[in-house]
Design a protein around this ligand. Sequence first.
Ligand code: PMP
Length: 304
Amino acid sequence: MADRDGVIWYDGKLVPWREATTHVLTHTLHYGMGVFEGVRAYETSRGSAIFRLQDHTNRLFNSAKILGIALPCSKEELNEAQRAVVRENGLKSGYLRPMAFYGSAKLGVAPPVNDVHVIVAAWPWGAYLGAEGMEKGIRVKTSSFSRHHINVTMCKAKANGNYMNSILAHQEAAADGYDEALLLDVDGYVAEGSGENIFVVRGGKLYTPDLTSCLDGITRNTVFQIAQEMGVEVIEKRITRDEIYIADEAFFTGTAAEVTPIRELDNRPVGIGSRGPITAEIQKRYFDIVEGRDERRAEWLTLV
Ligand code: PMP
């Protein structure tokens, strides 16, 4: 990813893509203490627009607060940086990656608190779990790795180090021929995917785990609002994996994954074994919103 044309916002300046480098003794590279976001921009009839920009920026600042990282820029500056990287890279649509990390001023577990850097990159990125997966659904396996415990890491922070757990889970699922992993919490209840929240449809209602050990997903919140418009009740509760085996439908949500149907869990077809009707309707409404066709949600789109 390092060798391409374009610009990356780095501590207040747009620098050529290939020159956006940092030293090998960067603290975050060694210990994983950093925070990041995943944001998407979509092509709309009025131009490229970033979806729920302020909500992503707010979550990045909350993640930093949770980890005690003092960000050296304001929310306004970060919003502008995100608009700039989409614009200056000439992207119609794409994925944005803001990240804050400690620099190389010192190593050791006590971080260099006055050496915090912020970058924002943006590049084209299609369907995270594949175009076919969006239509037909993906195959998922329950992971042998548990999701973080609330007192081991901070589940409300989108923190770099948290993703080692996601990578282990995804790697295991992929090696066994599955598209994605489903992680359970330490008590054995469904938590989330390696980079997605999960929803289950049963008897016309939506169920999703409460936020104890999963990320407070912005797509999850968007789906809550879509469901409300559809008159579909959403219930947050503890969910067991066998509830998904006997569900009518299930799907993952995430900025990267958008709304991805789950067609199989642990080799059992979920519902009809392909994208179900409620998932299809939510997916359609989601794309109407992010691509600017739903005027009621225009305030969620920031033109670049
Ligand atoms: N859970 C995890 C672990 C994630 O990495 C993500 C992606 N940010 C999500 C859930 C979904 O969050 P969002 O909808 O805000 O992208």
